[in-house]
Structures are given as structure tokens and as C-alpha cells.
Design a protein around this ligand. Sequence first.
Ligand code: ADP
Ligand code: MG
Length: 511
Amino acid sequence: MSMENIPAVGIDLGTTYSVIAKLDNMGRPITLVNAEGDLTTPSVALFEGNEAIVGKEALKAMAIEPMAVAECAKRDIGHKVFHKVLQNKQYPPEVIEALILNKLRRDTIPQIGNFSKVVITVPAYFDEVRRKATQDAGYMAGLDVMDIINEPTAAAVAYGYQQGFLGQGYDQPRNVMVYDLGGGTFDVTIMRIENNQFIALATDGDVQLGGYDWDQRLLDLAVDAFIREHFIDPREDEVARGRLWRECEDAKRTLTSRQKCTINCEYKGKFSRIEVTRQEFEQATLDLVDRTRFTAEQTLRTSGLSWEDIDRVLLVGGSSRMPMIRSMLQQISGKVPDAGVAADEAVAQGAALHAGLILDQNMGNPGAFQIKNVNSHSLGVIGRDPQTGRRRNGIIVPRNTQLPITARRIFKTSKQDQKSVMVQVVEGESSSPDDCTYIGQCTVTGLPPNLPPGSPIEVLFDYDPSGRLRVRVSVAGRQIETEFTRENSLSKEHLDGWRMFISQEPPTDYC
Ligand code: ADP
Ligand code: MG
């Protein structure tokens, strides 16, 4: 197959919904449908025997057998196993993500031909461990992940493309705030679009905040009403709870377009039709909206800009459709938020544009645009406080630093003829390592013999443009062998096994 035939594919692997897009032969991004004919695929897997069913069917099963259904796996990414035991098995969350990706791959092959090269998006706020796990999910789904890019950046690229900012030497700088409230995560990023460059100035977010939390508030409202009437709590039963959640998620969407909704709740032969007004819903979720407002304002300050400098506020993510979000943003920014990019599709389409760029560059063509990213968490190494002897996080790359970057750190041997040095790497803002994310440890072995105590060991931390980390070590200018071991990451053998099982694709030299 010639290079030209490789489709440029981008995947938005969402917490609640996933979307796949490609570039058509004019280079325009188009969203692809799944086997059911839908543009969005619920990121939900139903485990039945040896089989996993992904998408709409699995979502429906939430109301019947929630214990066999894995939803919001993206929230657990970075952990060893998914929080729920599924048919007596515990799966790594990235395996569940791989099942979702595999469905998107399988469903679109008949439309665009066989493909493996893709760009997958991640929340800007994802730390290094979660980025690695997302790449692993792609690999297990039989894909070749060319790059991972941040969701807000992808949305800004789609916006830039739509507005005609790309490729024509359009040089009027624009500052854009991307406000992305999805199903399970919240992200806000300040982007500067200038001379075909997409430069992230600042980014922040919350991996534990999204539409799901709004669903839960509505569910609580409904349950309160039910308890007042029948004195029993349907939340105590997993199935009743699952069914009610589905009802509430639906009702929440109704409240976006109407002033009130009705929620049907049935439990133990009792039945209530509960009416909730938009005003009641907004009252019950005020603090959630406030959390996003706080983060948006904080991120703006970090970027060094003020609201007058912001040209557009881009709304991304299904939950940004809620009127309360729009009015809050309008109130703090003094601008009408822009819903011009399709909230559900912008991220996948931006990823497809980025995939097109990489494929172009692989053929030696100059790219139409460039992405400049920042790290969303500070990178540090664990050391000891000389005064107190306590373990301490020594930050070496502060957050919101432009990537790529290489940071150097000199460690000193403490003993005569020391054979090895261990460096523990964390991400996070706290000075206490226990409050940070443990990335892994790098054991430097094979130090030259007879090093006197206090010999300098130079450790280099390379953050690549997509926020992935590599560690190199040198002693007296000579690079030495290091192994970077990760805590919560699957081994190559496991990845290959899952890849065969999930996608039936043979292993490659992915590492
Ligand atoms: P993610 O990227 O996290 O998977 P999406 O951007 O696809 O999320 O958004 C999904 C969330 O958006 C869900 O919580 C869904 O309930 C919510 N949502 C979608 N449409 C609407 C709407 N019209 N009104 C309110 N919420 C909506
Ligand atoms: Mg999303």
C-alpha cells in the first residue's frame, strides 16, 4: 500500500462517548459512524462469558445487569485494575479502553479500508502514567498510535481549520479559551493561535468532574422525592440504581432544552413520577458549576492574560450544552461562548487533522500547522530533606512549561565504589511525594568501578511534545544503561497477549 492510501484517523476516546474521524481526500475532517450508524459510541463494555459487547447495547445493559458492565473506565486509567469486578474478573482499565478502540477500528474498516495508524486524544490534565496507559490501550486494540494529543488542543485545531486559520499564512493572533466539560472529566486550556501554530499557554482541569456528577445530583433529587413518598431508597439496589441513572441522564438532556422534566422511578413495586425544574437542577449543581468557574479563572491568570485578551470561548464536550454553563461563562468573560464547533465531534476531527499532519510530514512535506504543548503537572524526583530527613518532592520541571523540554539533575553517589543509584520520579504539585502520582523508578546500574563518594551522576528527563517521559543517565559524559520501571503499567508480554486476544493483530516492536 502506498503512503497516500493511509487514512488520517483521529480518535476521541471519551469517558462516556468515543468518536472516530478521518480526513477525506480534500483533507477535510469527517466523523465516521459505527456499526449502529451513530456518530458517537458509548464508552461502555458489557462482559458476557468470554465476550465483550461495546457501545449502545452495553449502555442499555446498565439498567439490567450493571454488575457486568464497565463504564467510565477512563476515570480509572492509571490504576492497576478497574474498580468493579466483572464476572469475577478484574481488568486493567486500559484493557477496557482497548475494547472500545477495537470496536471503533472494526466498525470503520469496512468504510475506509484497513488501517492501524491513529492519533488518540487525552485530557490535557492527564498525567504521564495515564498517557502511557492510553497508548497501551491503542496498542492492545491493534493500532499503531502515532501520537497522543490533548483534547483541548485538538478542539482548537478543528476550530482553526473551520475558521480558515490554517495553512494560508493567516497571521492575526487569536487567544482562545477551550472549555471542555465531558461526561467524566473537565479540562480548560488557554490556546494562542498564531502563524499556524497552536500554542497552549496554560492548562488545568479535574479528572473527577463531568456530566456524570450532574447526573448523580439529579438522581439524588429524584431519590429524595421517592423516599418522601415511599420511605425506601432505590439506591440500595444496584440494578434499580443503574436504571434510575439512565433515566436521570436522559432527563438531564431534556433540561437543556426545556424548563422541566419528569423522572420515572420504580422500586419494590412502588412507583413515582418525579418532576424536576431546570431551576431546581441548577440550584442543586451550583457548586459543580462553581468548581469549573474557579478553574477557568485560575487558568486564565496562569496564562498571564485577562478576559479582554480572549477572542473566543470555545465550548467543547456534551455537558457544555447545559444552559447554566453557557450563562456562567458569558457572565465571567463578557462574551457569548462559541458553540460553532460540533461539541461532540471537534476533538476527534482535530485529532484527524493532526494525524494528517504527521502522515504528511512522514512523506517529507511541511506541515500546515504546528502544535506547542505544555506539561500539565510538575515533574519531580523524590529526595530527602537534609534538615528533617523526610522524603520530599524536588520539582525539576514546573507545570505549564513549554514542551519538549529536557531537565537535568545531578545526583551524587554516597559511598565508595557505589554500584547503583535509584531515582524515583513523581508528578504533582505537593512537596510530599505521597500526594503525587508515582510515575516509576529508574535504576542506574553498571556505574563505572571505584567511583569515589560524591561522584556526579547526571540524569536527564526528556518530556516529549505529547507529555511522555523518557529518562537518560550519564556519568562523566558517558551514557549508561538504565531501566525505567513503572508501577502500574502492563508488561510487554501482557500487552502482546491482550493485543492478540482483543484485536487478533500480531505483536509489533512497540515499547
Ligand atoms: P466525554 O468526552 O467525557 O466522553 P462527551 O463530551 O461525549 O464526554 O459528553 C458526554 C456528557 O455530555 C454526558 O455526561 C452527557 O450526559 C452529556 N450531554 C450530552 N448531551 C447533553 C445535553 N444536551 N445536555 C446536557 N448534557 C449533555
Ligand atoms: Mg471529551
